[in-house]
Design a protein around this ligand. Structure first.
Ligand code: SAH
Ligand code: SF4
Ligand code: F3S
Length: 481
């Protein structure tokens, strides 16, 4: 699970890649979107396919035969960025094969690598037709139309500015939620400038969507079948969207306004910065039952010296105090976090403070990474870069501890009864998979009709794939039988 944030997710809803002429006129074209990176990229990929629908593009799940391929990229670590060029190399062959058969295929690179390295992409991969940064997706229809007319070239192929008009004001309405748990971006960008991180450069300044816009999109997602909404932002708890009263609303008020939407059963939000976790948001975890008892709250390190060099704006003790307040408000809250090992100057003693903090807090899930120097960030120029072998050793030690905490948390769920939101069919016939309030995957026997409903399950087993459970009614029937 710990690499989930950089695992490519193939976004596509349609399976049929046949070509047809509805009404005998416009040719139905197909688009394949490959998504790397965080949930915000997953959300953006969904929005891009929606923007392209009126132009006749239908999403498909494989690149073979697609008319348009979008590679939505992530720049967070070196490995994530490198993947783009190997992926483009593969796509080039698809494009050439298409051209050899007399057809055309377009390739666009979007996302955070596009923003950071747009010119470099066009230099190294001249067969790329278009480069688009994360704040310009609303311009996709115009750029695609020009690309189809073969008018693009030179500067027309790149849109990596931060336009004054917000993309959200110009994207079309959602076409409904295709998933039970739907992402909804409410905040973009970051002003924190942690010294290791590219996000403030690739996504731009912090921006919050107005409350009314978020409420309208949430209602559309629920009408389309979503039962859970995950509010997204690079710094989601820094949300300050304009409320209907004209005043800026915090995330706590936004959550309270979303909770009454009929049909919506769960709310979550991610990712939060410890410095933006205020009393009102903590109180929402106590007062809003629909807000799930799970919080992703990255700490990065347990050593104050390193946290200062990271420009994190919190100490280890600030984090401990915050966790105490959260647990006082919601005793069963499950915590997950992100960690960086081998930040410049990190000593063995510093690293041991990270292990100590993990030991004290107890995380139910975590993502941990070797520090990756990123071009243009202050940390990449700092003295004391840590050798790769030391980073690898620390990562392995940290992950052993985090994995054991996750396994222990899952084991202690066995025997408990918990509400599980059923999301999708499992691998076996008759099996469904859902999520516990604590974001654990739970398998159970249920009919397809159960998708979207919340059922009480008694947890019977825990293994590497997650939890297994039986509906409470069945469990008691068995006891009495
Ligand atoms: N906004 C979130 C993090 C977004 S990036 C926050 O403030 O916590 C997701 C995670 O990637 C970060 O939490 C960090 O652990 C990791 N990360 C970011 N830059 C990195 C780098 N240069 N090297 C290694 N990991 C990095
Ligand atoms: Fe990056 Fe820090 Fe902003 Fe998170 S808060 S996105 S780690 S700069
Ligand atoms: Fe990656 Fe950009 Fe998200 S760098 S983690 S896709 S904000």
């Amino acid at each position: 699970m710990r690499t989930a944030q950089v695992v490519p997710i193939e976004m596509s809803e349609g399976q049929d890649i046949g070509r047809e002429r509805p009404g005998g006129t416009a040719l139905v074209k197909t688009v394949f979107v490959k998504t790397y990176g965080c949930q915000m990229n997953v959300y953006d990929s969904a929005r891009m396919t929606e923007v392209l629908a009126p132009l006749g593009y239908r999403p498909v799940s494989v690149p073979d035969g697609a008319d348009f391929i979008i590679v939505n990229t992530c720049h967070i670590r070196e490995k994530a960025s490198e993947k783009v060029f190997s992926e483009l190399g593969r796509l080039r062959r698809h494009k050439e094969a298409r051209a050899a058969g007399g057809g055309r295929m377009f390739i666009a690179v979007t996302g955070c690598v596009a923003q950071a390295e747009g010119a470099e992409i066009l230099r190294r991969a001249p067969y790329v037709d278009m480069v688009l940064g994360p704040q310009t997706y609303h311009r996709l229809p115009e750029l695609v139309a020009r690309m189809e007319r073969a008018e693009t070239g030179g500067a027309g192929r790149v849109a990596t500015d931060f336009p004054v008009e917000a993309k959200f004001d110009h994207l079309p309405a959602r076409d409904g939620g295709q998933t039970i748990s739907a992402f909804l971006t409410v905040q973009e960008g970051c002003d924190k400038f942690c010294s290791f991180c590219v996000v403030p450069y690739t996504r731009g300044a912090e921006f919050s969507r107005p409350v009314a816009q978020v409420l309208a999109e949430a209602a559309q997602l629920v009408r389309g079948g979503a039962r859970e909404i995950v509010l997204l932002g690079q710094n989601v708890n820094a949300y300050r969207g304009q409320g209907p009263d004209g005043a800026p609303w915090g995330l706590d008020r936004l959550i309270s306004a979303l909770a009454p939407i009929a049909g919506l059963t769960r709310l979550r939000y991610t990712t939060s910065h410890p410095a933006d976790m205020d009393d009102r948001l903590i109180a929402a975890h106590r007062d809003v039952p629909m807000l799930m008892p799970y919080l992703h709250l990255p700490v990065q390190s347990g050593a104050d010296r390193i946290l200062r060099a990271m420009n994190r704006r919190h100490t280890g003790d600030d984090y401990r105090r915050l966790v105490r307040r959260l647990r006082a408000a919601r005793p069963d809250i499950a915590l997950s976090s992100d960690f960086i090992v081998g930040f410049p100057g990190e000593s063995e003693a510093d690293f041991e403070q990270t292990l100590a903090l993990v030991g004290e807090i107890g995380f139910t899930q975590a993502y941990s990474f070797k520090y990756s120097p990123r071009p243009g960030t202050p940390a990449s120029l700092m003295d004391g870069q840590v050798p790769e072998s030391v980073k690898a050793d620390r990562l392995a030690r940290l992950q052993i501890l985090l994995d054991s905490q996750q396994a222990a948390f899952n084991r202690q769920s066995v025997g408990q009864t918990m509400p599980v939101l059923v999301e999708r069919p499992g691998r076996r016939p008759g099996q469904m998979v859902g999520r516990s309030p604590y974001l654990q995957a739970v398998r159970t026997a249920a009919p397809v009709g159960a998708i979207g409903s919340t059922i009480e399950l008694r947890i019977t087993a825990s293994d590497a794939r997650g939890l297994a459970g039986v509906p409470v009614a069945h469990a008691s029937e068995r006891v009495t039988a």
